[in-house]
Design a protein around this ligand. Sequence first.
Ligand code: ADP
Ligand code: MG
Length: 905
Amino acid sequence: MFATIARAIFGTANDRSLKGYQRRVPGINALEPAMQALSNTELAAKTVEFRQRLADGATLDELLPEAFAVVREAGVRTLGQRHFDVQLVGGMVLHDGKIAEMKTGEGKTLVATLPVYLNALAGKGVHVVTVNDYLARRDADWMGQIYQFLGMSVGVIVHGLDDDARRAQYAADITYGTNNEFGFDYLRDNMKYRLDDMVQRDFCFGIVDEVDSILIDEARTPLIISGPAEDSSSLYRQVDEVVKILVQDPTTYDKDEKFRTAALTESGSEKVEDMLREAGVLTEGNLYDIFNVAAIHHVQQSLRAHTLFARDVDYIVRQDQVIIIDEFTGRMMEGRRYSEGLHQALEAKEHVTVQPENQTLASITFQNYFRLYPKLAGMTGTAMTEADEFAEIYKLDVVEIPTNVNVTRKDEDDEVYRTAAEKYEAGAALIAEARSNGLPVLVGTTSIEKSETISELLKQKKVPHAVLNARFHEQEAEIVAQAGAPGAVTIATNMAGRGTDIKLGGNLEMRLRKEASLIADEAERSAKEAQIKAEIAAAHEAVKQAGGLLVVGTERHESRRVDNQLRGRSGRQGDPGRSRFFLSLEDDLMRIFGSDRMGGMLQRLGLKDGEAIVHPWINKALEKAQKKVEARNFDTRKNVLRYDDVMNAQRKEVYAQRKEFMRADDVADTIAEMRADVLSQMVARRVPEKAFSEQWELTALSEDVARVLGVVLPIEEWGRAEGMDETGLREKIEQAADELMASRTASMGPDMMRFIEKSLLLQTLDAVWKEHLHALDHLRQGIGLRAYGQRDPLNEYKSEAFALFTSLLDELKERVTTVLARVEIAPQEPVYQPFMESHPSLDMFGGESDLMLEGSAEPSIWTGQPSRADAVDSNNPATWKNVGRNAACPCGSGKKYKHCHGRLA
Ligand code: ADP
Ligand code: MG
């Protein structure tokens, strides 16, 4: 009540922000005569002038009125369309990085040209995101006339382009493309090995068309690039055969049960190399050549599987599976797997089926992709119902912009029947009647199956109709374009995000393009054009007289937004029209979400067999049910995002780091630091601070060092020297390592060494990152199942993901150091393998939405070193924040954290 009065006096927030924009319109209009007075060349020269003024310190906001006036005039001269005042408002909203809600047919494609042109002046590239390739091409061609007239270049990214073509399109001032293409290009770019191979520039400004469709409907599942279904199972088996024989000779390896590590000895390495070569696993080069990184990794895991893991102690074998046994509780941990290929090595050892590795190479959600843009805007006919979500997730405000002409469409109350059959019958009858009166009819359903049901019914009634099938975008666009012709009946599953608008009488541009644009002869062409125009004008008038487009809904969708999309197809630009929904008690929404009250209410209203009931209460009750479903779906999406956020922070770090490595002339310093880190961690482990020298584990340290450096240093001798302390020993080892590497570099040639270092670093970073993604997957899948008592799974996930990330860094350093110490012959260029890209519609995060999750600050990453945590209570794991994966477990077991409390499977 109070709110209503307040709104009446002060207006809504939307009214106020609209007013602000509207105040700027007269200023733009006032510039029109001056623009009209310019020649084409002078008008185009404005672009150069604006760019100069920007360079001289002007801001985009200052240029806005003139730039908009220039685009409007260019629109008139190229397309014969003058931006309406409300379209200028829409343009300003987009320029401000907000969502412009403008109804279907308001001309959002044209609206976008205003902020696109203005922002492209900065020369950093503007992306316009569409829902499919067809629309990307259409809009780039169509609006491209304006941009090109003004001296700007336009690119379009569609499926099937190669990298060179993509790079060229991204280099344009303005680039149109789909969300999938943009997202995949981002992921692919970050898997490349040279900066020059990347196709995208840094992000600047993005406008997402049909923004609700892309950021809400498609946002429940991430984009995923996965590797080919490489058959590594045979590799695991081959390696297993070799290692099984190898370990019968105990001189071939050293193992440390305390730290659960095992490594080949010098003689073991030689032996395994020969055996692998014989087995055909090594086809060229030596075991430690960089292109054999995978093989050596498999050997190491297999070695661990054979020497450190015992059947019925650490795991059991059951039903063709290796199941981990929790060493503290003795409980079987079904579904959990050891990471980094260890589980597969155990499967090979036990001759059960080697499960395929999860081969996610890269993935990102649309939420996180679009949050990469420093400035983002969106447009759609239906955003208000999801305004909270846009604000919360993307920090995007929604501004509802009034239509150019008032909407006169009549939205009738729903008709509710007892059964679905009655409902369809009634709907079909209305369709048939409308068609015979010359009305075009658009029929909306919620599934392809239901479209077919209606289609069958209409066939029986001999009503010709078209059924939209989402697979063929271009064909579909043509059907939609003609859906406004007299008597046309069109059935569609979901009108959200379909980008083509239905004009009464038919779509002129589409018909001109299809029927006239290809006629070579000028006179013939204009005759044809005139004929089409006349036909459409007559049809337009006839349909208008008959009452405009009739929208028939056969079910309420889960979300109000999708219903609004359907309705909004009718009544564009002040056209007449009406809409009506036919429902039944058997509809999903009614069954699942309509409360018992609904049944009672219908009873009271007197619902009888074969009869419909129509009452505004029902619409209200249904809307409530829809709001419930919307909220639930929002929760699911938020949950996906919360989990992805954890990986997102890490992904950003890794990608940034990768880029830095690629950009660097050489990475020798990084490599040297990594080597020093690895060695100093080893020293810290065996020669703890403040320990008496009698407690130093010098033999073990010597073996550790030999394992990474490949040479035996006189560490025991050094350690026994008079006055030697921890620091001195560490320095001696580091110095020896540096000398060793220096001599390798000298014999290899510094250029070659620098090249090897860089490619090895990138390759290894990718390998450990890939394994990390794999581990995160398992972690996320497992975490919901764990009995955490009062603990919050998201927080558990966060801290474990952080620990895993720390171990990724340790792993990276150690692998790089180990391989470089042994690298022998010239490497080959890394082999690129074809990727598979997917955006699964399946909800892979299902089931977790019921959990109550609480966000907490992201721990900082790349800080590399495991912290010597303060205030750690060995009995209370909650105090062990961020233990390094390779550090000793704080519980005092003497094992590495990753093999003890930090064990993740
Ligand atoms: P939306 O995406 O908002 O549904 P479209 O961009 O597809 O709408 O445009 C709908 C139709 O309106 C198109 O045929 C377009 O040419 C036309 N149109 C848009 N703006 C104008 C204008 N200012 N003057 C004339 N026609 C326009
Ligand atoms: Mg559109």
